[in-house]
Design a protein around this ligand. Structure first.
Ligand code: DX5
Ligand code: ZN
Length: 225
């Protein structure tokens, strides 16, 4: 079972005018993965960045790039993210009719496939792809924006998915509204990888924020055992 706590700062909350510098700063501050939110203004009501931006920030860190696709369709763009240096690519259940094919495509290009569930996607939607993913991303807000409020009903889903994962080496990642109060709750429910945008970037004290989140998460893990 994968139970190490992973902190993945979401650069959606970074200063886009100095993205390379921001990526280096969170790397040095203790980030485990760099979470990159890709939005198309179609699957979600916001637009962010594309493969060229991912490529531009790639030389700034050796940490894994955790690319969260909030685009539909996904498949036509997956190869471009591989070329840009993505290590992990997550697609949403709700983004298209052929999830299994998207996951196979990501793996065939040498990256780690992940599947994401929006707050309204039931855990049953991933039952038949669990053997094909390296991580499951449970959205704890509606995808599209940073700084939203955590949806507590998702704790039940996190618990159910941890159960479904069983002994498979799959990371259970959570994204949205993860702060010092919610980090222990999601870890207690079974999450081990925590995405945080505003929780890391707001206030500018990246190392302190990451350490505090990790400690809060570890408290949740102690409660779980
Ligand atoms: C939202 C994105 C998140 C976002 C989280 O659609 O997927 O990664 O950056 O932001 P916070 O941590 O501020 O809720
Ligand atoms: Zn995200």
């Amino acid at each position: 079972m994968t139970h190490d706590i992973i902190i993945a700062p979401s650069i959606l909350s970074a200063d886009f005018a100095k993205l390379g510098e921001e990526v280096r700063a969170v790397d040095e501050a203790g980030a485990d993965w760099i979470h990159i939110d890709i939005m198309d203004g179609h699957f979600v009501p916001n637009i962010t960045m594309g493969p060229d931006v991912v490529k531009a920030i790639r030389p700034h860190t050796k940490k894994p790039f955790d690319v969260h696709l909030m685009i539909a369709p996904c498949d036509p763009f997956v190869a471009a993210f591989a070329e840009a240096g993505a290590d992990m690519v997550t697609v949403h259940v709700a983004a298209g009719p052929h999830l299994d094919r998207s996951l196979q495509l990501i793996r065939s290009l040498g990256m780690k496939p992940g599947v994401s569930l929006t707050p309204s996607t039931p855990e049953s939607a991933i039952a038949y792809v669990l053997d094909k993913v390296d991580h499951v991303l449970v959205m704890t807000v509606n995808p599209g924006f940073g700084g939203q409020t955590f949806i507590p009903e998702q704790l039940r889903k996190i618990r159910a998915i941890r159960e479904m994962i069983g002994r498979r080496p799959i990371h259970l990642e959570v994204d949205g509204g993860i702060h010092l109060e919610t980090a222990p709750l999601v870890v207690e429910a079974g999450a081990n990888a925590l995405v945080s945008g505003s929780g890391v970037f707001d206030g500018g004290r990246y190392a302190e924020n990451i350490a505090a989140l990790r400690n809060a998460a570890l408290a949740g893990r102690t409660a779980r055992v």
